[in-house]
Design a protein around this ligand. Structure first.
Ligand code: SAM
Length: 288
C-alpha cells in the first residue's frame, strides 16, 4: 500500500512529492497502474504509472487551454476528437461550446474512466453522460488509422510518451491524426514541460513541420506539472487561425458564453508568445 507521501516518477533526477491524506483507489489495469489520492493543496489527484495526470485544484488551467484555444481559433467547430482524456476534464470543457454537435473520445483504458467517474466527478462534471458524446475504448493510434469520421479539432490529451502513451508521439500517429482533420482543422497536443522535457516538444515540432503549414506551440503554467510552463503543440494548414485579432477572439468568446477560470482572449494570444529557450527548442536544425 501507498506510504503517506506519493512521489512522482516522471523525472529521472528530481521528484515531486505529495502528502497523501487519503487513498481513494490504487490498482493495476491491463494498461497501467492507477491511483487516486487526496491532498490538502491539490485535492483529489490522478496518477498513472506514478505520473501525476490531473488534480481537482489545477485541472481547469490545462483543460481550458487545450480546448478553448483551438476551438475559438477555429471559430466553427462541430465535430471534436479527444484522444486519451480518461478523467473527462477535456470532454467537459469542450462540451461547454454549444456549437459542438459530436464529441468523440478515444480512451485506451476503461478503468481510468471508471475510477475518475467514481472518485473525480468534480472534473468530468457529468460530461460522459452528454448525449453528444461517443466514448470509444481503443488505442488512439488504431482509431485515427481506421475511422472514416472527420473532425474540426483533434486534441491529444495523452499521458507522457511512456507506456501506452508512447505511440501518440510518433510520426505515423501524427500523420494519421492529420488525416482525420477536416479542411481547416486543428491538431493540438499535450507536450510536456519544455524546461525539463524539451526533447518531447522538439520531436513533436520536428514531426509537425512537414505535416502542417502552421506548426508551433503555446504555453500555460499548470502547477502540478513541475518545471515551468507546459507546452501544447498546435498544427493546422489554415494560417488564418493564428492571425485573429483580439477583437475577433473577444467576439467569439462572448458568443460562446462559456464559464471559465483561466482562459481569456488576451491570454490566448499571449500563450503563443514564446520565450527564447522554447523557440530554440521548437526550431529544428534547418531553422537554426
Ligand atoms: N493531463 C494529463 C497529462 O497532461 O499528462 C493527461 C490526462 S489523461 C488521464 C491521459 C489519458 O491518456 C489516460 O487516461 C490514458 O489511459 C490515456 N492514454 C494513454 N495512451 C493512450 C492511447 N494510446 N490511446 C488512447 N488513450 C491513451
Amino acid at each position: 500500500m501507498m506510504s503517506d507521501w506519493i512521489e512522482e516518477t516522471l523525472h529521472p533526477d528530481f521528484r515531486f512529492k505529495m502528502k497523501v491524506e487519503e487513498v481513494l483507489f490504487e490498482g493495476r489495469s491491463e494498461n497501467q497502474h492507477v491511483a487516486v489520492v487526496n491532498n490538502k493543496t491539490f485535492g483529489r489527484t490522478l496518477y498513472l504509472d506514478g505520473v501525476l495526470q490531473t488534480s481537482e485544484r489545477d485541472e481547469f488551467i490545462y483543460h481550458e487551454m487545450l480546448t478553448h484555444v483551438p476551438i475559438l481559433s477555429h471559430g466553427s467547430v462541430r465535430d471534436i476528437l479527444i484522444i486519451g482524456g480518461g478523467d473527462g476534464g477535456m470532454l467537459e470543457e469542450a462540451l461547454k461550446h454549444q456549437t459542438i454537435e459530436r464529441a468523440t473520445m478515444v480512451e485506451i483504458d476503461p478503468s481510468v474512466v471508471e475510477m475518475c467517474r467514481r472518485h473525480l466527478p468534480s472534473i468530468s462534471k457529468g460530461a460522459f453522460d452528454d448525449p453528444r458524446v461517443d466514448l470509444v475504448f481503443a488505442d488512439g493510434v488504431d482509431f485515427v488509422k481506421t475511422t472514416d469520421k472527420r473532425f474540426d479539432v483533434v486534441i491529444i490529451d495523452s499521458t507522457d510518451p511512456i507506456g501506452p502513451g508512447e505511440v501518440l508521439f510518433t510520426e505515423s500517429f501524427y500523420a494519421a491524426a492529420k488525416g482525420v482533420l477536416k479542411d481547416g482543422g486543428i491538431l493540438v497536443t499535450q507536450n510536456g514541460v519544455p524546461f525539463v522535457q524539451s526533447d518531447e516538444l522538439a520531436q513533436t515540432m520536428r514531426l509537425f513541420k512537414p505535416l502542417f503549414a502552421d506548426a508551433t506551440c503555446y504555453l500555460a503554467t499548470v502547477p502540478g506539472y513541475v518545471g515551468g510552463p507546459m507546452a501544447f503543440g498546435f498544427g493546422s494548414d489554415a494560417l488564418r487561425h493564428r492571425q485573429l485579432s483580439l477583437e475577433t477572439l473577444e467576439a467569439r468568446f462572448a458568443d460562446a458564453a462559456i464559464d471559465v477560470r483561466y482562459y481569456t482572449p488576451a491570454v490566448h494570444l499571449a500563450a503563443f508568445a514564446l520565450p527564447g529557450y522554447v523557440l530554440k527548442t521548437i526550431e529544428g536544425p534547418e531553422d537554426a
